[in-house]
Design a protein around this ligand. Structure first.
Ligand code: ADP
Ligand code: MG
Length: 408
């Protein structure tokens, strides 16, 4: 599934209304009947709506479907992408899209630009994509899943990621600053750093190891387990050590001294985060710890002489006098326990199990749940995508295709 933004430019206000209508109709209909699309669009007269439908179908934003009883349309992933982009543009959280820098099993990552020209990351969650991989034991299960379901799950995944990033950031964790969320997408700060996976050597493996274990424990103190704490989801930022900078500024004789570089881990990728109270919390905790241990041994030949840390001890830290329970805070923020359960169940059933196999672009093994796969841009359309003067904000619920989100 590529992001093809070409059609964003020429869609009319009416086209957007009709696209939004298909999204709204998808809430209750796997295939949205054409008369319902007309009704939900609020546009008068059949012919105008039909023209819009035909434009949208040509751009692969909706797909014609037949079932036993009636004909209709469903939203494609491309259509959902457009609606999300349209919302981000209206809110002015982004201005243009750039290169795709990563294609994972469950997401596509783009560098985008804000209206002030700052570089940001757009993460598009694509949970359904896995359904077209030949994973044997999921086949039967997936046969019965509707497209509405993978869209809904991708939305949940984005909502969850955004909610967690927000509370983590607010509580001093080093994570990208979350900027906005719409449907199955999250816009966030771009971290100028390499994933640990790409780092061959570090000056002080023991120090970095200790920092990473400390993050896992600090998360537990706040009631959380990352759930996918591995070398792909830990970005290593280089920061100048302040003391050295100071020394250089004062121009002492010690001009030989190399600038001190500190390696700062920044954590990303939160859709699999769980509470320390989760039934399988211990398994997730141990897996996170073991990922780090194994990676450090393989890559840096570093083995800690301390055993653990162990889940039982970590759990005791949770909710102590000086820490908040962020697992509970997130529930209050809109990502409810019910949603967490739904998403967790789906992830388990379709085998979303960490991104150890996350590939950089060029290695997409996954298929596309949309039969109507769009053409690609990949490369930047570095000029603006679309300028929408009606930049009103809209509340971004799960099915946010409410009146306020319609194109004006
Ligand atoms: P997935 O769920 O598909 O694994 P991630 O959130 O882990 O998605 O992102 C995939 C890759 O994209 C990361 O390994 C990292 O290289 C890059 N990436 C993601 N978010 C950012 C960010 N905020 N800043 C810089 N690079 C990022
Ligand atoms: Mg990842």
């Amino acid at each position: 599934m590529k992001l093809d933004t070409k059609a964003l430019r020429y869609l009319t206000t009416e086209d957007w209304r009709v696209l939004t209508a298909v999204e709204m109709g998808s809430k209750n209909h796997e295939i949205v009947p054409t008369p319902l699309i007309t009704q939900l669009s609020g546009l008068r007269g059949g012919s105008g709506v039909h023209k819009c439908i035909s434009t949208l179908a040509k751009a692969n934003l909706i797909a014609r479907m037949k079932n036993a009883k009636y004909d209709g349309y469903r939203l494609t992933y491309g259509g959902l992408d457009y609606l999300a982009l349209h919302t981000h543009l209206k809110r002015q959280t982004l201005y243009s899209t750039g290169n795709c820098i990563g294609v994972g099993k469950e997401s596509d990552i783009y560098v985008v630009a804000s209206s002030t020209g700052a570089q940001l990351i757009l993460k598009i969650h694509r949970l359904g994509r896995i359904s077209f991989r030949s994973i044997k034991n999921n086949r039967d299960y997936l046969k019965h899943r509707s497209s509405a379901s993978w869209m809904y799950m991708s939305r949940l995944s984005a909502l969850k990621e955004y909610a967690f990033m927000k509370v983590l950031k607010e509580n001093g964790f080093r994570v990208p600053e979350p900027v906005a969320q719409s449907r199955h997408t999250v816009v966030m700060e771009l971290i100028d750093a390499f994933p640990l996976r790409q780092i061959q050597e570090v000056p002080d493996p023991a120090g970095l190891y200790a920092d990473l274990i400390d993050i896992v424990l600090r998360l537990a103190t706040f009631g959380l387990i990352h759930g996918d704490f591995n070398e792909f989801n830990i970005l290593i930022r280089e920061e100048q050590t302040p003391a050295v900078e100071e020394a250089r500024n004062t121009e002492t004789e010690d001009s030989e001294s190399k600038p001190g570089i500190t390696l700062i881990p920044v954590i990303i990728d939160f859709p699999q985060m769980v509470s320390v109270d989760h039934t399988n919390a211990e398994m997730y905790f141990d897996r996170d710890i073991n990922c780090i241990k194994q990676f450090f041994e393989r890559r840096f030949s570093f083995v800690s002489d301390e055993p653990g840390p162990f889940f039982a001890d970590a759990k005791k830290l949770a909710g102590g006098p000086k820490s908040k329970r962020l697992d509970i805070e997130v529930e209050a923020s809109g990502f409810s326990r019910k949603m967490a359960k739904e998403l967790g169940k789906y992830m388990q059933e379709v085998g979303v199990d960490g991104d150890g196999r996350h590939d950089q672009i060029g290695h997409v093994e996954a298929g596309d749940p949309d039969t109507s796969s769009t053409s690609s841009i990949e490369e930047a359309s570095s000029d603006g995508l679309l300028q929408d003067p009606g930049g009103n904000d809209s509340s971004d619920g799960l099915f946010e295709s409410s009146k306020e989100d319609e194109a004006e």
